[in-house]
Design a protein. Sequence first.
Length: 299
Amino acid sequence: MIASLKPSTHFRVYDLVRETGVDVSGWSDYKRSEHPASNPNYCYEWAFEGADRVVVCLWFQEMQVAEKVILQNLNYRAIAAARRQWNTSQRKRAATMDHAIQFARLKHASIRVIVVDGSRRNDADDKSRSKVERRFLDPMPWFVAAYDDDGNCRLQCGPWPAQPETFTPAEINAAGSFGEGAKVGIAAQIRERSQRLRDLARAHFAAQSADGRLHCAACDWSPPLKLELTSPIVEIHHGVSISTYLIGGKALTFDDASKHLTPLCPNCHRVLHAKRGGGLFTLQEIRESTRGAVVPAGT
C-alpha cells in the first residue's frame, strides 16, 4: 500500500500547490514574474495554507504503516526551536509547517500531501542538506490524527473522522480508569497521552467554574462566546511528565489523574514550559507576571 506513494516523477511545487486549489497568485510577485514557480519566497517552503485547506511536504522514507493506515509522526515545533541543528531559514519553514498543521487541526481543514523523495538530511549533522529528486501529489486527503501539547504530531492518510463525542459531568465519575504513558509500537516506540482523559478533564473543570465555561487557571481567559470553534482552545497541562511512567504506562482513575491536570490557555501553557535553564514556572509566577495586563475586549 505504501509503495504506491513512492514518487517516480519530479513535478514542480508550484504546479502541485495550484492543483490543490490553494491560491498561487502571489508567486508572481517578484522580479522574475514570468517564472512564478521559481519564486524563492515560496518554492522552498514545506507547507502552504489556503482558506480551507493546507498543503504539506512529507518525506516518503519517513512514512509508516500501522493497522493498515499510512501515517507519519513528526514535530516541527521542535525543529523550529532547535538553533544548533537547523539554520534560520529551515527553522522558519518548520514554524510555518507547524502553524499549517495546527490550522488544519483546529479548523478540520483538508490536508493535501506532496510526497517527496531523495536524499534526506541527517538531523544530527547541521551541515548536511536535503535534496528532493522526485515529488508528486497524493490524490488522497490526510488529517491530523494527534497533536499533543509539546508539538508531537501524527498525520494520517484518509479523510477527517467524525467529530469526537462530548461528555457530561455525570459521565466523568463513571469513566473508570485511563491508560497513561504506554509505549505504542509502530516503527518506533512513542509515549502516548489519553485523549479521552483530556476531554473529560475539560468537562470537569468547566463544570467547576462559575459560568460553566472552561477558563485558563493562570489568567482566567476563556474563548469568546461569539466565535463558533471547531475544537477546544484551552489546553490541559499534565503536571506529571509522561517520561516518568514505566514502559507499560500506568492506569489512573480520573480522581488520581485530575490532581495533576490544569487547564491553561495556549499562551500561558507555552510560558509555563519556557523557563530558562529548564523546569516549569508555577501558576503563581505566571499570575503575578500577567497581573494588570489588558484583557482584549469581547473575551
